[in-house]
Design a protein around this ligand. Structure first.
Ligand code: ATP
Ligand code: LTN
Length: 330
């Protein structure tokens, strides 16, 4: 275990059941990176409460997101896996960074615009508005070199870089510059029932996403109901956003290229392609679901993983927080 390995950090919100977009855009990257990088992965529960949550449901949800990370193959002996709210330095650095962030830059964040979607400004939560500053704190606390996420988080990571630069310029070099790490394939999986919106935990329609816990029946139904485009060819392209999305999912899960799949399905119809896609998804999720069922029987083990993760994360975060306070004259 060399100490000069690059540091990777990422968070996943505990805002609902994880779906194929989360898996392809984020979790799979964590699994690939855990061998060669010093990885810090956390459950972003403080981010999840920026939209209303029922406390009981949230507590359960946090557990299930941790379980799903483990079931997907995250190894707690290799990765520091923890709960954001267990490390109070996140909230503290978030406050310090608030004092250098501007309303203008936060108003430009597209996720905020999407989530606040048309609501009158007076009724939008301050936490939702301020969320990217907390995310910058998450990243900068651990001196992360790389931040693996889906495409939707790139703008937030750029904000973290801007805040780090501003802070370092004003108060002296304190923070390391993080870089986004966005997968080449599957950085933005789109909704199955509407390829113009992303697959999301919080999309109102269940047909938008395949959840990692969906049963074989449900997966087959969702895939067979997925919208397609005009024409019957299995081909990717700007005029075929729905089929492109389905091909992307299949590529990501099989490590094959779009060209290979287009060749395989040349002359075949949507029905045949969708059946093959459903088979692929079912096969990819089966081992994950089996491990998940085992983990759910062992809540003590998961408690222990989280306690160990928080113990490892705390001193790292506290060291950076202390340096930031010192630099600001606190
Ligand atoms: P919410 O709807 O609550 O915002 P979400 O489904 O967008 O949730 P997050 O917890 O915000 O999920 O994201 C966790 C990780 O999954 C992030 O790295 C994010 O970029 C990635 N991700 C989320 N949705 C997709 C998607 N549709 N395609 C690829 N990656 C995604
Ligand atoms: N905002 C992210 C979750 C998140 C995150 C982070 C990701 C919170 N803090 C730090 C990477 C690094 C999301 O909604 N997916």
């Amino acid at each position: 275990m060399g100490t000069n390995r690059k540091r990777v950090l990422s968070g996943v919100q505990a805002s609902g059941n994880l779906h194929l977009g989360n898996y392809i855009g984020a979790l799979r990257q964590f699994i690939d990176l855990q061998r060669d990088y010093d990885c810090y992965i956390f459950i972003a529960d403080l981010h999840a409460i920026t939209v209303p949550q029922d406390p009981k449901a949230l507590r359960k949800q946090i557990r299930s997101v941790v379980n799903m990370h483990l079931a997907c193959g995250l190894d707690p002996d290799k990765v520091t896996l923890f709960r954001q709210s267990d490390v109070s330095a996140h909230s503290e650095l978030g406050w310090l960074l608030n004092t250098i962030a501007t309303m203008g830059e936060l108003k430009r964040m597209t996720q905020f615009k999407d989530k606040a979607g048309g609501k009158a400004e007076a009724s939008v939560g301050v936490g939702l508005f301020d969320y990217p500053v907390l995310m910058a704190a998450d990243i900068l606390l651990y001196e992360a070199d790389l931040v693996p996420t889906g495409e939707d988080q790139k703008q937030h990571i750029e904000l973290a870089r801007d805040l780090a630069q501003r802070f370092n310029h004003r108060f002296g070099r304190t923070f390391r510059m993080p870089k986004p790490m966005i997968p080449k394939i599957g950085a933005r999986i789109m909704g199955l029932d509407d390829p113009s919106v992303k697959m999301s935990k919080s999309a109102a329609s269940a047909g938008n996403r395949i959840e990692l816990i969906d049963s074989e029946d449900v997966i087959r139904k969702k895939v067979s109901r997925a919208v397609t485009d005009s024409g019957s060819e299995i081909k990717a392209g700007p005029k075929k956003p729905a089929v492109t999305n389905l091909l992307t999912i299949m590529c990501a899960l099989t490590d094959r290229t779009v060209a290979e799949l287009e060749k395989e399905f040349a002359g075949k119809g949507y029905k045949e392609f969708k059946e093959a896609l459903a088979d692929t998804v079912v096969a990819a999720l089966k081992p994950i679901q089996q491990t998940l069922a085992e983990l759910e029987k062992n809540p003590k083990y998961v408690d222990e993983v989280l306690a160990r993760g928080a113990e490892k994360a705390r001193p790292v975060a506290e060291r950076t927080l202390a340096a930031a306070k010192q630099a600001m004259g606190l």
